[in-house]
Design a protein around this ligand. Structure first.
Ligand SMILES: [Fe+2]
Length: 271
């Protein structure tokens, strides 16, 4: 099973650059082409939030247009830049999004079970799951204790060292750790929000963030780091699951890079 994770698309209304610098629609088109060129094809594509930049209906319209070339199972999650009602209105055929309240759901169709959570607090940068959603997660995990499971939440439940992002982290990360720590079948907690690839131990499992399809959050580990972005190579992650091997995660840069080139010629390593 192969899961492609893309995140932090930050789509703006057509023709508008994000932060006056980033053509996020073009970035997403390039990332989608890269994901569609992956062979073997992913079994599903998971988008871990910040689908658009300001939760506007027209942004979701453009997002839908760009994502329409993905003919694979596609699952969307909200981030802090999203708004639930316009997201649902833009994707009425995505029934798993539900009709009101938090957008959390379970995907049971694949060898690895997927539980997606909603950390959006309307109008705020930081995230929170809330007691009801944590209880939902606990009950879902208790249902199938032997089934390897991915938990996805836009805001990572750990401190990253990038000060301005940690100030808008996940408020109830300790609550999430309490739930995850009770369920050993959780293979990984997947997040976005940081626009960079980061990983750490978390509650007996691993937690990680994926690079964005657009701009990166600047890598600046000073506690008073200014809020800033950079135009590093964008990327996505491929999470490859085999029951015998476990969950193996690859980070891929999106771009027009030279290669691949052979290591060997006539059976001999090129010197
Ligand atoms: Fe973001």
């Amino acid at each position: 099973m192969l899961l492609a994770q893309i995140t932090d698309l930050h789509i703006k209304p057509r023709g508008r650059l994000a932060y006056r610098k980033v053509d996020t629609a073009q970035c997403l088109e390039t990332a989608v082409r890269a994901v569609l060129a992956v062979s073997p094809a992913p079994d599903l594509v998971l988008v871990t939030g910040d689908l658009v930049d300001a939760g506007r209906p027209e942004e979701y319209g453009l997002l839908r247009e760009i994502l329409s070339s993905i003919r694979l199972p596609l699952f969307l999650m909200p981030g802090n830049h999203d708004a639930r009602a316009p997201l649902r209105a833009g994707f009425p055929d995505h029934r798993y999004l539900g009709t009101d309240g938090h957008i959390h759901y379970a995907i049971e169709d694949f060898p690895l079970r997927l539980l997606a959570l909603d950390s959006l607090i309307d109008g705020q940068g930081g995230g929170r799951l809330g007691a009801a959603q944590l209880d939902w997660l606990d009950r879902r995990l208790a249902e199938q204790p032997d089934r390897p499971t991915l938990v996805a939440v836009h805001h990572p439940p750990f401190t990253t060292g990038i000060g301005h992002m940690d100030k808008i982290g996940l408020e109830d990360a300790a609550g999430l750790a309490g739930v995850i720590g009770r369920h050993v079948q959780v293979e990984r907690v997947l997040s976005g929000h940081l626009h960079r690839a980061i990983q750490t131990r978390f509650a007996g499992t691993l937690a990680s963030t994926a690079p964005a399809t657009a701009h990166s959050v600047a890598l600046d580990l000073r506690p008073d780091a200014p809020s800033a972005f950079s135009l590093e190579p964008p990327g996505y992650q491929l999470h490859w699951y085999q029951p015998s091997a476990g969950l193996i995660s690859h980070t891929a840069a999106v771009g027009d890079w030279p290669g691949p080139f052979p290591f060997f010629e006539n059976g001999v390593l090129i010197d």
